[in-house]
Write a protein that binds this ligand. Structure first.
Ligand SMILES: O=C(NC/C=C/[C@H]1O[C@@H](n2cnc3cncnc32)[C@H](O)[C@@H]1O)c1cc([N+](=O)[O-])cc(O)c1O
Ligand SMILES: [Mg+2]
Length: 215
């Protein structure tokens, strides 16, 4: 049977990356996407210039990622977390989740990551009771763009954000998340900043929006 793109991406990781070395896994996926097949990973330009630096400066103890896909940004984030920090990542497509689990395991970061196979709308309200989460220090939004606003409001309602919590949203230019941007940039409860960049593996314009919850 025909393989899927995530399966071919995983094969490239097994072939080119060193087990236990997260940076080599990130490099193998970026090479695959530059040389073989485009895939919707945050990529190395946005990843190194924006995602990595926001993670490092936030130094988060508890992180939520919405939209694991193949686990590329999961591995980037997990490799920068301080000891005992935890990353919960939500992915509702079982095939993508299966690939992501193997990418995360190959990178050697599985003990820092809890991949939940499920839908953000269903699982965000369960974070406290199921995983003992109080609040998230950092949330990386990279799932369906029409869910960014819905899930942000849901996190507010569930008391999952505290003063200083950071929301980092990918693709606010391409494909775009206009309702999210409109809300977050006009809300007195957030201080937002746009980081201009390019769509992964292309020259198209894109960027990330970093928003600090003011409580
Ligand atoms: O569409 C994009 N990303 C959507 C990502 C979607 C991934 O998150 C999961 N998901 C979705 N809602 C979910 C809710 N709950 C759990 N998983 C969920 C989907 O099963 C998929 O694995 C995208 C598109 C482009 N692009 O150039 O077209 C570029 C990018 O960087 C992108 O991130
Ligand atoms: Mg994205």
């Amino acid at each position: 049977t025909q393989s899927t793109r995530p399966q071919r991406l995983l094969a490239a990781v097994h072939k080119k990356a060193t087990r236990g070395n997260p940076r080599s896994v990130v490099k193998a996926i970026d090479e695959f996407c530059n040389q073989n097949e485009w895939a919707m990973n945050v990529g190395n330009e946005k990843g190194s210039e924006i995602l990595d630096s926001v993670v490092s400066e936030t130094n988060p103890g508890c992180v939520l990622e919405l939209g694991t896909y193949c686990g590329y940004s999961t591995v980037r984030i997990a490799s920068l977390l301080p000891p005992h920090a935890q990353l919960i990542t939500l992915e509702f497509n079982p095939d993508n989740a299966a690939v992501a689990r193997q990418v995360i395991a190959w990178a050697g970061v599985a003990e820092k990551v809890r991949l939940v196979e499920g839908e953000s709308g269903e699982w965000i309200p369960k974070m406290k009771e199921q995983f003992g989460v109080k609040t998230f220090d950092l949330v990386f939004l990279d799932h369906w763009k029409n869910r960014y606003l819905l899930d942000t409001k849901l996190m507010e309602e569930c008391g999952l954000l505290k003063k200083g919590s950071v929301l980092l949203a990918d693709n606010v230019v391409c494909p775009g998340a206009p309702d999210y941007l409109e809300y977050i940039r006009n809300s007195p409860q957030y201080k937002s900043q746009f980081f201009k960049s390019h769509l992964e593996y292309t020259k198209a314009e894109d960027g990330l929006e970093k928003s600090v919850f003011l409580g």
